[in-house]
Write a protein that binds this ligand. Structure first.
Ligand code: IPM
Ligand code: MG
Length: 349
């Protein structure tokens, strides 16, 4: 099979880590009867420099013709002073929306080899999946500014409808059925009306999954529970904003934000795969970035978009062996460069 993959290398460390992930993907596909063809898609800061917009229409057009998309990271200080609608991050939000990728899957797993990097003293088994709603909520609600007698006021709105809540809930429950059968839904129902609807819909949906243990948790409590007793979580389902915040927090349970991959999925097989971290401009071009989150994103792509689970597993195993043998980048306590750790993963493959 030919795998047509769009590459949004992006900004900062984006190009370096995507290049590593592509090497790993090509190697993993060797002799499998499958091969990847790549199309580079311009988005983010690079697109602003070239086309004056973060997400040119041609990028969306081309993305829709790919089987799947791998994205590095977008953004950087150079574009930080641009108005909101022209910031590089708009590219990411636009791609998610245009491709209908409403479900963001973020597995949070502590590799046994990195136990000493986990913030918690005696973390036994951390294996959580955060299912984050990705095309609604405050990220996409009404926003603006008004002049008032107290100066300028600014607002953003959190809006969710039943359809959006139910469809992300369903992703979470289906996921839980394949795992430890537990769903924790995150909200702020003691304050927010949108959260009260979220909770109602999740409760009703949970009745369709009698085998799944369901509970809801206020987001502030969840932030605490994640570092107090992370083993209690199996699948966490959260709004766009709460999922964004909790997934960064959870990444620290795995040792480094450089370890967490993600898949953004919709109703088709076409997904967008990216590390959860940003463009890390401070280390860009220095061969220091940890490429593992992006490499693991490729593994997720193989499973979800192409049903090539066996090949995906090979990548996961190669990463695991690399870590177990203490080949580590700086963020996880070693001194290997981006290229060196990639070489090791390729060797184990
Ligand atoms: C993420 C990032 C993005 C988000 C930013 C870069 C817009 O933090 O993917 O978690 O908030 O979704
Ligand atoms: Mg984030």
């Amino acid at each position: 099979m030919e795998l047509k993959i769009g590459l949004v290398k992006g900004d900062g460390i984006g190009p370096e880590i995507v290049d590593c992930a592509v090497k790993v993907l090509n190697k993993a596909l060797d002799n499998s009867g499958h091969y990847a063809v790549y199309e580079e898609l311009c988005a983010g800061g690079t697109a602003i420099d070239k086309y004056d917009v973060p997400l040119p229409a041609v990028t969306v057009e081309k993305a829709l013709k790919c089987d799947s998309i791998l994205l590095g990271a977008v953004g950087g200080p150079k574009w930080d002073t641009l108005p909101g609608h022209l910031r590089p991050e708009r590219a990411l939000l636009g791609l998610r929306k245009e491709l209908g990728l409403y479900a963001n899957i973020r597995p949070v797993k502590l590799f046994p080899a990195l136990k000493d990097r986990c913030l918690l003293k005696d973390a036994a088994k951390i294996d959580i999946v955060i299912v984050r709603e990705l095309t609604g909520g405050i990220y996409f609600g009404q926003r603006g500014r008004n002049q008032t007698e107290y100066g300028i006021e600014a607002y953003d709105t959190e809006t969710y409808n039943e359809m959006e809540i139910e469809r992300i809930g369903r992703v979470a429950f289906e996921y839980a059925m394949k795992r430890r059968k537990k769903v924790t839904s995150i909200d702020k129902a003691n304050v927010l009306e949108s959260s009260r609807l979220w909770r109602e819909v999740m409760h009703n949906l949970s009745k369709q999954y009698p085998l799944v243990e369901y509970n809801d948790m206020l987001v502030d409590n969840a932030a605490m529970q994640l570092i107090r007793n992370p083993e209690q979580f199996d699948v966490i389902v959260a709004s766009n904003m709460f999922g964004d915040i909790l997934s960064d927090e959870a990444s620290q349970l795995t040792g480094s934000i450089g370890m967490l991959p993600s898949a953004s999925l919709g109703n088709t097989k076409r997904g967008l795969y990216e590390p959860i971290h940003g463009s890390a401009p401070d280390i860009a071009g220095k061969n220091l970035a940890n490429p593992i989150a992006t490499i693991l994103s490729v593994s997720m792509m193989l499973s979800y978009s192409f049903d090539l689970d066996v090949i995906a597993k090979k990548i996961d195993t190669a990463v695991e062996k690399t870590l177990r043998n203490r080949y580590l980048t700086k963020d996880i306590g070693g001194d290997l460069t981006t290229d060196q750790i990639t070489e090791k993963i390729l060797e184990y493959l």
